[in-house]
Design a protein around this ligand. Structure first.
Ligand SMILES: *Cc1c(COP(=O)(O)O)cnc(C)c1O
Length: 324
């Protein structure tokens, strides 16, 4: 779904997903937590090779790549990057060559971690996977690959974030005659998702707050990334950057990116058993842990309505068997 505020002539888009993704009520989860009315926005169901939040960004990024005549796409991520996997799928769909430069940014090097889950799917989808260790390695790989459209980690530049401006409009239309939402809780790493939502919600005239849960870097670094990207995304669209209406939460990162926490494990089990919804250990599981923690500590009130924005990631479940 595209709003007229993102003109196709300026921002060519390649359709890759199934829109709108469902907005579903979670009555059993609400009852279990004794309070807020909880809904879930199913961006795990975007339809592209197990789905996830990168699909919306890729519609804009690859729209531009194809319009500019590129035939090769390069992107970056962790070994178990959902972004890399969705990029591989999107490239397959569009007949583009896909080169993935993956970094071992999680303290694990076991065979399961390096061969299963997303990285298994990358190969299946026809992408070329290279493990890289530093800037020199990356420069050498880029030289070898030659001319290509380069997508930053997580697809998070202003163009990618437009996918979540679209998403905010889609959500506003979906919620309009059904529910008035106080807050959205969403996992945040490179911040394109949260930034696009902040800009889009403001443009759609909604006052829904965004609770961005840091799962990758410190709260300060995540805030800085989010603020920059809100400004850049608004700038790209030629609208005013919204002020306020967002909070970054740092209490659910635990020891670091991709490292399991007891709160994550509890939340993943809770969503699975109360709602039949599969989260992931790296992103949505920690965001759900934040939702649970904010409700239990009264920071989200029992009379509020909250949307948990599911960003996908289920392939990651298969590489964390010991924690689940
Ligand atoms: C990439 C990713 C996120 C984070 O999105 P950003 O736009 O990078 O902040 C959240 N959840 C999942 C499952 C992801 O793959």
């Amino acid at each position: 779904m595209t709003s007229d505020r993102i003109p196709e002539a300026d921002f060519p888009r390649r359709p890759l997903g199934h829109w709108p993704t469902p907005l579903e009520r979670c009555e059993r989860l609400s009852a279990l937590l004794g309070g807020p009315e909880i809904w879930i926005k199913r961006d795990d169901c975007t339809g592209l090779a197990v789905g996830g939040n990168k699909t919306r960004k890729l519609e804009h990024l690859l729209g531009r790549a194809v319009a500019d005549g590129h035939t090769t796409v390069v992107t970056f991520g962790a070994v178990q990057s959902n972004h890399a996997r969705q990029t591989a799928a999107a490239c397959a769909r569009l007949g583009l060559r896909c080169e993935l430069l993956l970094t071992r940014s999680v303290p694990r090097a076991d065979a399961l971690y390096e061969t299963s889950g997303n990285v298994l799917l990358d190969g299946l989808l026809g992408a070329r996977v290279r493990f890289v260790t530093g800037p020199e390695d990356i420069t050498a790989a880029l030289d070898e690959i030659g001319p290509a459209y380069v997508i930053p980690t997580g697809g998070s530049n202003a163009l990618g974030a437009l996918g979540y401006v679209d998403a905010a409009f889609e959500f506003a239309e979906q919620a309009a005659d059904r529910v008035s939402v106080d807050r959205i809780v969403v996992a945040t790493s490179t911040a394109g998702t949260a930034a696009g939502l902040c800009v889009g919600l403001a443009e759609a005239g909604l006052r829904t707050r965004v609770e961005a849960v840091a799962v990758y870097r410190s709260v300060e670094e995540t805030e800085a990334a989010l603020e920059d990207l809100v400004a850049e995304t608004a700038g790209l669209l030629g609208v005013a950057a919204p002020r306020g209406g967002r909070t970054v939460h740092g209490d659910w990162l635990g020891p670091g990116y991709g490292v399991a926490t007891p709160e994550m494990t509890e939340a993943v089990r809770m969503f699975a058993r109360a709602e039949g919804v599969l989260l992931d250990p790296v992103y949505s599981g920690k965001a759900a842990a934040a939702l649970v923690g904010l409700v239990r500590s009264g920071r989200i009130g029992a009379d509020e309505t909250v949307v948990f924005w599911h960003t996908g990631g289920a392939p990651g479940l298969f590489v964390y068997p010991d924690d689940l």
